[in-house]
Design a protein around this ligand. Structure first.
Ligand SMILES: Nc1ncnc2c1ncn2[C@@H]1O[C@H](COP(=O)(O)OP(=O)(O)OP(=O)(O)O)[C@@H](O)[C@H]1O
Length: 255
């Protein structure tokens, strides 16, 4: 799904990513940990192709296509979607209209899907205008459901979300990644995931999202580099390790 080779990125004069190598397989959910300012958001913003993130070396391949220098709208069209940590307010653009834009020419039952994330009463409001932390996340999830991307980038899905909303955010994220959850006597979890090839790249500090999604692998970003590639690199184990020993311990793997 996603192959990143030796990616170096600058913001202005500052090198924020210093040789990232990362492969995410079809249907795989990858978790990114790391201290504040280590470059996690920069990686997601670079994959999405936002201005200000200058790729000075390396390559990003998505579903076999080199997207390293492709504009953001083309990446979205190819099937990359992102939920932001702090998305901007857009005055003059109603939530309903943005959700329709995300769905492009597909039929998408906007009110019906909004109901699944308790968001029907927000559809006529301008995007993120006065939304609370939890409302922003639900709005982002609704846009992602409409887009239905192959690769979903989640930047701290827990941020600003209370525990009740966390369950809703977590279950919806899982549905986006694994497909509808209706149990079927004919299909195992493994079969369903093989059929539903959506992949995820999720940044988390707290790890709450791990209670909901099926996280396959993880790594730690430290000072613009990926490290702590211990095997097996199970996200839960990495989180426990960070809680016990701190991020600095991860740097040992770089030496
Ligand atoms: N627009 C910008 N101008 C200058 N420096 C920037 C800009 N955006 C990010 N940076 C710097 O890039 C580095 C990486 O930031 P980034 O947001 O990617 O970190 P992060 O790991 O996502 O942090 P956090 O966990 O706090 O969200 C930081 O030192 C940050 O100050």
């Amino acid at each position: 799904m996603l192959n990143i080779h030796d990616l170096h990125v600058k913001i202005g004069d500052k090198e924020v990513l210093k040789g990232i190598n990362l492969n995410i397989e079809d249907g795989e959910t990858f978790i990114l940990f790391g201290p504040n300012g280590s470059g996690k958001t920069s990686l997601l913003m670079t994959i999405m192709g936002f201005n200000g993130y200058e790729v000075t070396a390396g390559q990003i391949i998505f579903r076999g296509k080199d997207i390293t220098h492709m504009p953001t709208y083309e990446r979205a069209r190819l099937g990359i979607g992102m939920s932001f940590q702090r998305p901007p307010t857009i005055h003059g653009l109603k939530t309903r209209d943005l959700v329709r834009l995300c769905a492009r020419d597909k039929h998408f039952d906007v009110p019906g899907m909004a109901r699944t994330v308790n968001f029907e009463s927000f559809l006529e409001r301008d995007i993120n205008d006065g939304f609370s932390g939890g409302e922003i996340k639900r709005s982002e999830l609704l846009q992602l459901m409409a887009q239905d991307p192959y690769l979903v980038l989640f930047d701290e899905p827990e941020s600003g979300v209370d525990l009740e909303n966390m369950a809703l955010v977590g279950k919806t994220a899982r549905k986006l990644l694994d497909g509808p959850l209706e149990p079927s006597p004919y299909e195992t979890m493994r079969d369903r995931r093989a059929r539903h090839i959506t992949s995820g790249l999720i940044i988390t500090h707290t790890g709450y999202i791990l209670d909901y999604v099926n996280a396959d692998r993880g790594q730690v970003m430290y000072d613009g580099r990926l490290c702590c590639d211990a095997k097996p690199n199970r996200p839960r184990d990495i989180l426990d390790h960070i809680s016990k020993y701190g991020y600095k311990e991860c740097v040992r793997c770089l030496n």
